[in-house]
Design a protein around this ligand. Structure first.
Ligand code: ACM
Ligand code: ZN
Length: 623
């Protein structure tokens, strides 16, 4: 007995010591991404400590958001006691009795004052976003350092999103990512208030979801020979009978686990099943679903597949049965009301030669093969609608006519989105030049291999406006938001996925959430630098970004041309010369002449990054 008492006392002393032993810190300035819609600093501060209590109003202790908050706070060694009445030294999370119309379903208000922190919202979702903001107000190393006291400057904010669709696509077909990797991706989305996870589950390179009725989709379609140690596009051909060890798929239990994990973070999951193209994996498993007379031997791909000729036969009734049966297994797994049906890049070469497809077209009195694709998509749309699901398709679903209720993802620029919104269809904007985070983020000479062609720098993403010009107020309502896409041809590890996503996903999150007019680039760059520290502390691998400087030229009042240099990565120092070879540090705008070539070098941590860039007045001044 005496021994037990002794241990109990020792435990109490140790607990007291560990709480009081933590570090004390005063937060200097907040660096929140996405930037809150309205925020003003106040007088004084609040000190968060182990003795801070929690009060929750109109929300239960077992509700998702409360469990999430207490779990997260315990991680920081703050073990909040829930009290029945708000008081001093208190964090309050309250759902409004009367909805605050301006905040909507996702917005929140937060006040940090000397007595504590009060977060109010109309919904749990709003409280969740308020808490995500609070997380970013704490020190960047909060998950790794035990703080006993955190002094937070007083402030007040009212925050709500500009767009309801703040999406992130992860392609798990080109390379498979396991459950824990997907969860880490969802954590990242939640941290930046993104709310739609577009899960690209099927493609030429692998079928990634368990379908009980068609086991060969998984036994054959989910696996390929392993070429991950060879560059994409330069892999050796598969050997005869070579074991297929690369790939995988999610069991239904795993899908449920991920959907639940996402729901805990207020993220909806949209599965994508590609119709009618991008289907090598399906056709290797079930070759009878290809066109008549198509004698191609399809195999799950492990490198570039272009042109993508694999296509499901539109004239074969068993293809429609196959798709409907697949939908029957998909629909119960995904509670959100959208299914993505692909529709992109389906080369119709096989249809043009297929007697069944041609007969189908004739029977349906269709004019072309685009209309035949539309017919297929609309048939599936009608089918899933009976189970209360709507469809989303890539902008090619417009080509042969689209039903008024389909949502269009505009990826080939913004023109598809404009056409669709004018027709009254909902639209998600995801044009490649801003939203494809598989493209290089910096000069390819200095980067790991990525999808070539376009350079999508952080600053470029930050310049994206999902609302295209040329729509009237009614049509603008159809622009639901935008989305960043990570296609994974060149990405075969989580580390590389994160390297490509970050920090560009931060820019996308802000573009989709914050008011358009509140976005000075210089300010964002500083906040990104702070977020990079936070992300690294949370074990994310972050790309450094582009060191390619750019220049803008303006005429001064006395008629001189004045050049201003710009850079992307916070902490970069630029040196330049205008022809004499004598590099000087860049501090302010300088005079140039038409056609002057300005040579600029970027130094970061004292090291020359990338190379010396030559920027010419006139041609290079427009980024
Ligand atoms: C796409 O990038 N093919 C949608
Ligand atoms: Zn056919």
């Amino acid at each position: 007995m005496r021994k037990q008492l002794y241990f109990a006392c020792l435990l109490m002393i140790l607990t007291a010591l560990t709480v009081s032993c933590g570090k004390k810190i005063a937060v200097d300035q907040y660096a929140i991404i996405p930037e809150p819609a309205q925020m003003e600093m106040g007088e004084g501060s609040f000190t968060l400590s182990g003795s801070t209590v929690c009060y929750i109003g109109n929300v239960g202790q077992n509700d998702h958001v409360v469990k999430y908050i207490s779990r997260t706070m315990r991680q920081w060694h703050f073990n909040p006691v829930f009290v029945g009445k708000p008081g001093t030294n208190c964090m309050q999370f309250i759902i409004n009795d009367t909805p605050d119309m301006e905040l909507g379903d996702e917005g929140y208000e937060m006040v940090v004052g000397s007595d504590g922190i009060v977060v109010t919202a109309n919904s749990e979702r709003g409280l969740f976003y308020g808490f995500q903001t609070l997380v970013q107000m704490l020190p960047e190393d909060i998950n790794n350092v035990r703080y006993s006291k955190i002094v937070l400057p007083a402030c007040k904010m009212r925050d709500m999103p500009r767009f309801g669709w703040r999406g992130s696509l992860l392609d798990v077909s080109r390379h498979f990512f396991g459950v824990s990797q997907v969860k880490k991706h969802l954590d990242l989305m939640a941290a930046y208030k993104m709310n739609k996870f577009h899960w690209h589950l099927t493609d030429d390179h692998g079928w990634r979801i368990e379908i009980a009725k068609y086991p060969l989709l998984n036994d054959i379609g989910s696996w390929r020979v392993d070429r991950d140690n060879q560059p994409w596009g330069e892999a050796d051909p598969a050997g005869e009978n070579e074991p297929r060890t690369n790939g995988g798929y999610y069991t239904k239990e795993e899908i449920k686990e991920i959907v639940e994990y996402a729901a805990d973070r207020y993220i909806d999951v949209i599965p994508e099943i590609e119709i009618p193209g991008h289907c090598c994996a399906v056709l290797e498993a079930y070759p009878q679903l290809a066109c008549a007379d198509d004698d191609t031997t399809y195999t799950v791909q492990f490198g570039p597949y272009w042109p993508p000729r694999a296509i499901l036969c539109a004239g074969n009734d068993s293809v429609m049965s196959f798709l409907k049966n697949v939908m029957d297994e998909i629909i119960p797994l995904f509670p959100y009301n959208y299914i993505h049906v692909g529709g992109d890049e389906a080369v119709k070469h096989n249809w043009e030669r297929c007697p069944r497809c041609k007969a189908k077209m004739k029977a349906l009195k269709l004019k072309n093969f685009e209309q035949l694709q539309s017919w297929m998509i609309v048939e599936i749309e009608k089918y899933v609608k009976r189970q209360d699901k709507n469809i989303i398709g890539w902008d090619e679903i417009l080509d042969g006519g689209v039903s008024p209720e389909a949502t269009v993802m505009s990826w080939q620029g913004t023109k598809g989105g404009l056409v669709a919104a004018r027709r009254g269809n909902d639209v998600i904007m995801t044009p490649t030049e801003y939203c494809y985070l598989n493209f290089y983020q910096a000069n390819p000479e200095f980067q790991p291999p990525a999808m070539p062609e376009t350079l999508v720098t952080l600053e470029k993403v930050y310049g994206f406006d999902p609302m295209p010009k040329g729509l009237n107020a009614e049509q603008q309502k159809h622009i639901l938001g935008g989305q960043a896409n990570l296609w994974t041809e060149y990405i075969n590890t989580s580390e590389m996925a994160e390297y490509m996503l970050l920090p560009r996903l931060c820019a996308m999150a802000e573009v989709l959430w914050s008011p358009r007019e509140k976005k000075p680039w210089e300010n964002f760059r500083t906040r990104v630098a702070r977020n990079i520290i936070r992300l690294k502390n949370n074990d994310y691998h972050v790309g450094v970004g582009s060191f390619k400087p750019w220049m803008s030229v303006e005429k001064s009042i006395d008629g001189k041309l004045m050049a201003t240099l710009h850079w992307e990565v916070e902490g970069t120092h630029l040196y330049y010369h205008t022809g004499d070879g004598d590099f000087k540090p860049y501090t302010e705008a300088f005079a140039v002449e038409k056609n002057t070539v300005v040579t600029v070098m970027a130094f970061y941590n004292g090291i020359l990054k990338e190379k010396a860039y030559e920027l010419k007045v006139d041609t290079d001044t427009l980024k």
